[in-house]
Write a protein that binds this ligand. Structure first.
Ligand SMILES: [Zn+2]
Length: 336
């Protein structure tokens, strides 16, 4: 039996609406005997599935945080059949710092599952979610956007699994969410994400990318708000018939070739835009050396073929930075 240092006054079995904190004990130079207050809310009423709703896994991704903070106040327990567990600022210290990762430990919360109860705050929080929240849940949504450094075509993100029944539940959840695009990542993708943790617990968990660029997009907000509510209707947690959205266009990252990287430092001048259809070997852009004006710019070629679904936002690049993500069309029938 694993243990955690995190405590909370939330009773996950109690009906009604509770809004409080997960308290992660913390002591440093500025806070001798304190706790890190990770916001949590539960809205529960009667029989029905339990759904985990997460935002702020990366602190500079705002649409999901706004969607969940709104929903916590808009919903009454009488609206719900089942249980909603909200984590609107999953990596609270990163949210507070307005940063993708909390600068003091610099851990990407979506690469630390199953976490460590004795690790840094990011690791200890992930450990609590994996070991104390996911076992309570049937479904989950982890709302991401591009943050300050990326811009995505708004989409649902989902992870392939060889469990056919689980994959069907994920696809049904994806289609209920209603985003125009659904990006599939391989089951061999990094196993330290929250989506991978969901797979370990056989939870139908999906994620999103709702634009980004260090801003809060109206379009991403609308897709997120409508998507979460329609998914909850689809799951029977909220009353009413779910909207029958047109099916999304499914695309997939086949392997690492989905990402086009730069091999030199400098200023990246793009030759393609988000949504473009591109071919492997096509010019993706050029990197201008910052210090050596006598050299010509270095060409960067796309490594994969398909639709440009994400791009790096800041123009200054370092060797190893991704500049574009390209996903190839895939048939829904090939995903199960
Ligand atoms: Zn993210």
């Amino acid at each position: 039996m694993t243990t955690t240092r995190i405590t909370t006054d939330i009773d996950y079995d109690k009906p009604g609406k509770q809004i409080s904190f997960l308290r992660l004990p913390y002591s440093d130079n500025a806070h001798a005997f304190g706790f890190i207050p990770i916001p949590v809310a539960v809205i529960a009423n009667g029989e029905g599935p339990t759904v985990l709703l997460v935002a702020g896994t990366h602190g500079d991704e705002y649409e999901g945080q706004a969607v969940l903070r709104g929903l916590i106040h808009e919903l009454d327990p009488a609206d719900v059949s089942g249980r909603l567990i909200f984590l609107p600022a999953h990596n609270y210290l990163a949210v507070e710092a307005d940063s993708r990762c909390w600068p003091d430990d610099n851990h990407n919360m979506n690469r630390v599952f199953p976490g460590d109860p004795d690790g840094t705050p990011t690791l200890a929080t992930a450990h609590y979610v994996e070991n104390f929240l996911l076992p309570l849940c049937d479904f989950g949504v982890d709302l991401h956007s591009g943050g300050k450094t990326s811009e995505f075509l708004p989409c649902v993100y989902l992870r392939r699994t060889s469990d056919r029944a689980l994959m069907e539940r994920k696809l049904a959840a994806t289609e209920a969410f209603g985003a125009p695009l659904a990006t599939v990542v391989a089951k061999t993708a990094d196993n330290r994400s929250l989506l991978a943790a969901g797979d370990r617990h056989a939870i139908a968990m999906i994620s999103t990318e709702l634009r980004g660029m260090g801003s809060l997009s109206i379009e991403g907000l609308r897709i997120g708000r409508d998507g979460v509510r329609n998914l909850l209707r689809h799951l029977g947690v909220l009353r009413g018939s779910p909207e029958a959205y047109p099916p999304p266009r499914y695309v997939e990252y086949p392997d690492q070739s989905a990402f086009t990287y730069v091999a030199t430092d400098g200023l990246f001048e793009p030759a393609a835009a988000l949504g473009d259809e591109v071919q492997r070997g096509q010019l993706a852009g050029r990197v201008h050396s910052l210090k050596d004006a006598s050299t010509t710019a270095t060409d960067v070629l796309f490594q994969g073929s398909g639709t440009v679904v994400a791009r790096r936002v800041p123009a200054p690049v370092q060797c190893g930075d991704y500049v574009f993500a390209v996903a190839a069309e895939v048939n829904r029938s090939d995903l199960v």
